[in-house]
Design a protein around this ligand. Structure first.
Ligand code: 13P
Length: 253
């Protein structure tokens, strides 16, 4: 079966600035992509990036979203605001948010609702840490994260991504192998079928993230149940990221 056009999403984390915003836009414009490319810069550059990319198919997204709609919540940004400035997707529950900012599956569920209500494609990040991996708890962790974040969502006519990001592979240069990714993504798919039913589960895009680069992206994207990639460090080099996107393009043809 021919795969759908893969997602390639850049997560800049707390990196970059106006210079990177301009150079990465410059290296992406005037190229035709079959893959669905997205960039999630820090909040303050979203508006500029949206206007620079107005005439392209490249999506702009956020790295987080508030679980609140409005009110006295200093420092928060709502899903409605993100949608209003032109975001098309938002990351939810990235492991750094879970570890450093103590986000949990409950807040992820609320954020998923807010994102979907405001026409943002939620990219729910899940994955085990090194200790859990070594103890063989990967499936247990994923089971909990998926079963607590996904039930009772109104997915009618909506898109949804799940990004499997093993914490031990993030920023370490040690990506999971295609074999490991295939096993975990099959497990995720199976749980999606249980939670959402087969028809909806078949429409969910399951992405992999963790040390993705131009040398491993093709193999990862040719792996069953891998519908895209989430790229951190390698997305901060505009040429490297453009190369990853070009390779993803090839896999979409
Ligand atoms: P790296 O690609 O730097 O490992 O980061 C992955 C990630 O956390 C993307 O969200």
């Amino acid at each position: 079966m021919k795969k759908q056009a893969p997602f390639v999403i850049a997560n800049w984390k707390l990196n970059g600035g106006i210079d990177l915003t301009c150079t990465s836009v410059a290296s992406m414009l005037n190229r035709k992509f079959e893959a669905r490319i997205g960039i999630a810069p820090p909040y303050v550059y979203i508006g500029d990036m949206v206007s620079f990319l107005r005439n392209s198919d490249i999506m702009v997204g956020s790295q987080n979203v508030s679980k609140f709609a409005s009110g006295a919540f200093t420092g928060e940004t709502s899903a409605q605001m993100l949608s209003e400035v032109g975001c098309q997707f938002c990351l939810i529950g990235h492991s750094e948010r879970r570890q450093v900012f103590l986000e949990n599956d409950n807040s992820c569920h609320t954020k998923m609702e807010k994102a979907l209500d405001n026409n943002l494609i939620p990219v729910l990040c899940v994955g085990e840490n090194l200790q859990q991996y070594e103890l063989g708890l990967t499936n247990d962790i994923l089971y909990r994260q998926l079963h607590q974040s996904l039930p009772d969502l109104n997915l009618e006519g909506k898109e949804l991504c799940i990004a499997y990001e093993p914490v031990w592979a993030i920023g370490t240069g040690k990506a999971a192998t295609a074999d490991q990714v295939q096993k975990v993504h099959s497990f995720i798919y199976q749980e999606l079928v249980e939670i959402l039913g087969t028809e909806r589960a078949n429409k969910v895009h399951i992405l992999y993230g963790g040390s993705v680069n131009k040398d491993n992206v093709e193999e990862l994207l040719s792996t069953p149940h891998v519908d895209g990639v989430l790229v951190g460090g390698a997305s901060l080099d505009p040429e490297h990221f453009a190369e990853i996107c070009a390779l993803a393009n090839k896999s979409a043809q």
